[in-house]
Design a protein around this ligand. Structure first.
Ligand SMILES: Nc1ncnc2c1ncn2[C@@H]1O[C@H](COP(=O)(O)OP(=O)(O)OP(=O)(O)O)[C@@H](O)[C@H]1O
Ligand SMILES: [Mg+2]
Length: 291
């Protein structure tokens, strides 16, 4: 593994928050993941790339406590762990933002920000929701991340996909995430909205979080990444720091460079076929068996 470094991370070189050492996962007979090494450091963006079925979701489910690994070692702050629930991951500061964000579309933005962790005031049994403080805090936290919304009273369902993603990122930061996992946050977004999300990924990094950014898109990864791990059929096909790889190489690894080369060779051969040698269309029609 390379000891990575950094385009922009303030805390580069510090100890990893999360570390995987030869981690694997089998679902019964299916070996979804095998021998994966990964390090997530504060103030850095670690990109996990790979094609469909490469094992990206399996990898982050292990880190976020949804699934348990069946091989290797998973360490948080240097200590080996085996997480049983997402709650256990959250308690250690590991938060995952999934594509189908768990928001209530008709509720206001500020209410969604505190969903499940509402602030209250007054003693029991007259405890009430502290609406004023929730609105103020949500507003402050969103602004701190550079997210400007006209009106926090508007239903979150009226925001764009990119804005909703950024509210989820700000929310995770507010509730004390040290490691932020984003599963394909730009997959369903257009160019401009993807830019919005990439900006907040950078903002989370600048606040010292370790970010794991899962994506199909090498261009998006290259814009914000400090380290790139490409998965292929459940194993690491590439693990490289920013200074060790170019966008072109990254794209090539993503596309399965060797397979593309073989395909090109085959196509060249096809093109080399002597067309004169091919049977005439009429001959083919004649030879077709009659029904
Ligand atoms: N619960 C499960 N039971 C059995 N096999 C599974 C399970 N989850 C995933 N797999 C298998 O593990 C492999 C990796 O799947 P995974 O979902 O991690 O890939 P992915 O990289 O996230 O793909 P995608 O880009 O399509 O989301 C696949 O072959 C998949 O069929
Ligand atoms: Mg997936």
């Amino acid at each position: 593994m390379t000891t990575a470094t950094t385009a922009g991370g303030p805390a580069a070189g510090t100890e990893p928050l999360v570390e995987l050492d030869g981690v694997g996962k089998s679902y019964g007979n299916v070996r979804a993941l095998h021998g994966v090494d990964l390090a997530v450091r504060p103030g850095q963006v670690t990109c996990v790339l790979g094609d469909n079925g490469a094992g990206k979701s399996t990898l982050i489910k292990i880190i976020s406590g949804l699934h348990r690994h069946t091989e290797g070692e998973f360490r948080i702050d240097g200590a080996p762990v085996r997480l049983n629930t997402p709650r256990e991951a959250l308690d250690r500061g590991i938060a995952a933002v999934y594509q189908d964000l768990a928001t209530v579309p008709l509720m206001p933005v500020w209410r969604n920000f505190f969903l499940g962790s509402e602030l209250t005031r007054g003693p029991w049994p007259v405890r009430r929701l502290d609406i004023a403080r929730m609105k103020r805090t949500a507003d402050e936290e969103l602004r701190a991340m550079g997210i400007v919304l006209d009106d926090l009273e508007q239903p979150i369902g009226t925001l764009s996909g990119g804005q909703r993603q950024s509210v989820a990122i700000a929310r995770a930061v507010h509730f004390g995430a040290r490691v932020l996992i984003l599963d394909e946050p730009t997959a369903a977004l257009g160019v401009k909205q993807s830019g919005v999300v990439l900006k907040y990924i950078a903002a989370a990094r600048d606040r010292g979080l370790g970010v794991i950014f899962i994506t199909h898109n090498p261009h998006h990864a290259f814009m914000v990444g400090d380290h790139f791990s490409v998965l292929r059929l459940g194993t690491l096909e590439l693990s490289a720091g920013r200074e060790e790889v170019s966008l072109e190489e990254l794209t090539n690894h993503m596309a399965g460079g060797a397979e593309l080369a073989a395909l090109k060779h085959e196509l060249a051969q096809v093109r080399g076929v002597d067309v004169e040698e091919l049977p005439e269309l009429e001959d083919l029609a004649e030879r077709r068996p009659s029904p």
